[in-house]
Structure formats: structure tokens, C-alpha cells
Design a protein around this ligand. Structure first.
Ligand code: LMR
Length: 395
């Protein structure tokens, strides 16, 4: 039975992580997988997470099943974080929420749900998009189409091309948008562009699907959700996939949320029964721990303030690294000023795959073949090394 299976190439992001781990050169620098790193290069457990875990250890009184929807308190708290605490949509009866195993779980279950809505659903994803979007959505059987997004020339969003491509979408098609901190480019829509996209979606009867995995790591918790909130106010139906991996540093705890906004309560109730049945058929129910931590933090004013302060510090560190990198490159006579205009953990350096390989082989500097770097992997100490190596391969 198994003899017909062929080996697949490594995942471009996780495979690189393995290569990095196997590299014995002590000076190696990891700008690959998107995890936050502090000035020492560690990915720490956030202080509020530690405190919440201590509290849970003392207070948790059961390990009984939590059910396909997960914890209602977590869902409510996440809806508040994403849509704004006092958003009337949260208690409108139109919003179905599922706690999911990470943002990936949310994306995949959204795709399964869309398949149930229509067997021939097409989802439009940005070109480029996060490497796992297509496997997650296409693997569920959705048709994938791409819309133009990032311009290599301007290092920003090619908004005209994006709108032109989305004009080709047909009523009922789904449009996947990155809520903030676009992965891999770091180039985000501004609020006027969000409004123009919203108008187009409404005019053409397209369904918005927002993946928001970096809330708080771009411009701050509320500003990063501004586009999503604008959309939610104006469209009848919406899907949101959210991740707590980065902003709570809960990567391995697989904590995320899927939200489906329906046009009315009756449709929401029908949709919820379909979604929870699909979850039951896939993994039955999500793991509890990470979501319990998030709920504890978001519902306790002291822990929440502690978490927000640490998240703000992380965001400022990333912004500072962007500035430092630009300054360092300018000293080498190279203009990388676009890096300081972009937001979140990622940016493209704009070098060729050969140059990326040269950086890895000759300088032990790791990044994705597309030249996407995890800015949080930079540090005041390693920026001069990265800049020197980059100058060497560009020349
Ligand atoms: C990334 O883009 O590097 C992260 O989202 C990690 C992952 O799972 O790919």
C-alpha cells in the first residue's frame, strides 16, 4: 500500500527551520520562520502568559471535554479583541465562534465550511501570500485564484492591479485578505484602500475572509484591526481566522479562533450546526490550554495591561530594528528605506533566490527563498553582520 508514495519536498518555512537547526556554525542567524525573538535571540514565554498559567494551575478543576466550539469565554474575549469590546455584532446572534487549533485550524475549518456552502467555491488569495494558505485552503478542495498585491518595484501594495484583478471575481467568490502585517511582504492596505475593497466586495457580492495573525504587532491592537472592523460594519457576511501564536507567543499551544458572521440569526444557527459538525468530523474539539490562558489574560484587567505592555514593547522593538537596518544599509550606500515603511514581522529584501542561497551557504544567514526575512530575527548585534553579508552578495 505505501510503496507508491513519493517523498515530497520540504515545507519552505519549516524545512528551513530544520536546516538552520542542523547548521553547526555558531555565528548562524535565523531570519526564517516567523517567531518573535528578543534582543538575546530567544522566543520567551510572555510574562502575562506565565502568570495566567500559574493561576490556571491552581484554579483549573476539570479536564473534561470542552466541545467542538471550545470555550465560550475565550470566543467572547477574542471577538472583543478583534471587533472591539463594545461591538454590537458580538451579541447580535449573527456571529458564530469556534476556538481552533491555531490560526491554521481556523483557516482549514473555514475552508471546510465554505465547501459545505458551495462545492465549487473559489477563493482569491493575494500574490504573494503566506506559503501555507494554498495548502490549507486548496487542500480542503477550494479553487484558488490569485490577485495582484505586492509590487517589487515600489515595495508597496499595487492597489490598482489588486482592484483590477478582483473585478474579475464572480458573485459568491471568496476574497482572502490579511488583516494586518501582510505575510510575507509587510505591505498593508491603508484605511481608504480597505474602504475601496469593501465597496467592491459589496458591489460584486464577494465574501470577505480575513486572516489576522499579527494583531498588535503592526501599529497596535486597535489600529491593526481597523480594516477588519470597517469591513465587519458594512458587509452582511464575513469570515475571520485569528491566531494567538504571535501576539500571545503561544505558538506551540495551537490557539486560534474562527468567526463566521452571517446575514441573520437563522442563517447563523444553521451555519453553526454545520461548522461544529465539520469540526467534530475533523478533530472533534480543540485543545484547551492556550485558549484558557488567553481568556484569563483578556478578562483580567491587570493581566491584560501586563500583556498589552509587553506586546507594545515587542512591536516597538520590531519597528526599531526596521529603522536600524535601513540606517545600516544606507551606510553601505544601499537604499532599503522601504523596510521602515512596512509593518509586522516580515519584509522581502528583494534579492534573488541565488543570493538567498549564497547568504545561507557563505554567511550562515537563513531566510525563505523568496527573500522574506523575519525582522524580529534581527538584533542590534547582528544587523552589521547581516548588512555586510547582504552588501557582499548584492555586489
Ligand atoms: C511564518 O510565516 O513563518 C509563520 O506563520 C510560521 C508558519 O507556520 O509558517
Amino acid at each position: 500500500m505505501f510503496e507508491h508514495l513519493k517523498a515530497l519536498p520540504q515545507d519552505p518555512i519549516l524545512g528551513l527551520l530544520q536546516l538552520f537547526r542542523n547548521d553547526s556554525r555558531p555565528e548562524k542567524i535565523d531570519l526564517g520562520v516567523g517567531v518573535y525573538k528578543d534582543a538575546q535571540g530567544n522566543t520567551p514565554v510572555m510574562n502575562a502568559v506565565k502568570l495566567a498559567e500559574q493561576r490556571l494551575l491552581e484554579q483549573e478543576d476539570t479536564k473534561a471535554y470542552i466541545g467542538p466550539a471550545g470555550a465560550a469565554g475565550f470566543g467572547r474575549a477574542m471577538a472583543g479583541l478583534l471587533l472591539g469590546d463594545s461591538n454590537p455584532l458580538i451579541d447580535s446572534g449573527r456571529l458564530t465562534i469556534a476556538q481552533t487549533p491555531g490560526g491554521c485550524g481556523a483557516l482549514r475549518m473555514a475552508a471546510e465550511f465554505l465547501k459545505l456552502c458551495s462545492a465549487d467555491t473559489t477563493v482569491w488569495v493575494s500574490n504573494p501570500t503566506w506559503g501555507n494558505h494554498i495548502p490549507l485552503l486548496g487542500g480542503a478542495g477550494l479553487n484558488i485564484k490569485q490577485y495582484s498585491y505586492y509590487s517589487k518595484e515600489t515595495h508597496g501594495v499595487d492597489f490598482d492591479a489588486m482592484m483590477e484583478d478582483l473585478q474579475q471575481a464572480k458573485a459568491g467568490d471568496v476574497v482572502l485578505l490579511h488583516g494586518c502585517c501582510h505575510n510575507p511582504s509587510g505591505a498593508d492596505l491603508n484605511i481608504e484602500q480597505w474602504q475601496a475593497v469593501t465597496n467592491l466586495l459589496v458591489d460584486k457580492g464577494l465574501l470577505p475572509f480575513v486572516d489576522i495573525a499579527y494583531q498588535g504587532l503592526g501599529l497596535g491592537l486597535d489600529k491593526d484591526a481597523a480594516g477588519l472592523r470597517l469591513l465587519a460594519e458594512q458587509v452582511p457576511e464575513l469570515i475571520i481566522a485569528a491566531s494567538c501564536s504571535k501576539n500571545f507567543g503561544l505558538y506551540r499551544e495551537r490557539t486560534g479562533a474562527l468567526m463566521v458572521l452571517s446575514a441573520n440569526e437563522a442563517q447563523a444557527a444553521n451555519g453553526a450546526s454545520q461548522l461544529f459538525s465539520a469540526i467534530r468530523g475533523h478533530y472533534s474539539m480543540p485543545p484547551s490550554h492556550g485558549a484558557a490562558v488567553v481568556e484569563t489574560i483578556l478578562t483580567d484587567s491587570e493581566l491584560r495591561a501586563n500583556w498589552e505592555a509587553e506586546l507594545t514593547e515587542m512591536t516597538h522593538r520590531i519597528l526599531g530594528l526596521r529603522e536600524q537596518f535601513v540606517t545600516e544599509m544606507a551606510q553601505h550606500g544601499l537604499d532599503f528605506s522601504f523596510i521602515a515603511q512596512q509593518r509586522g514581522m516580515f519584509s522581502f529584501l528583494g534579492i534573488t533566490p541565488e543570493q538567498v542561497l549564497q547568504l545561507r551557504n557563505e554567511h550562515a544567514i537563513y531566510m525563505i527563498d523568496s527573500s522574506r526575512v523575519n525582522v524580529a530575527g534581527l538584533s542590534t548585534e547582528n544587523i552589521p553582520t547581516v548588512a555586510n553579508a547582504l552588501k557582499a552578495v548584492i555586489k
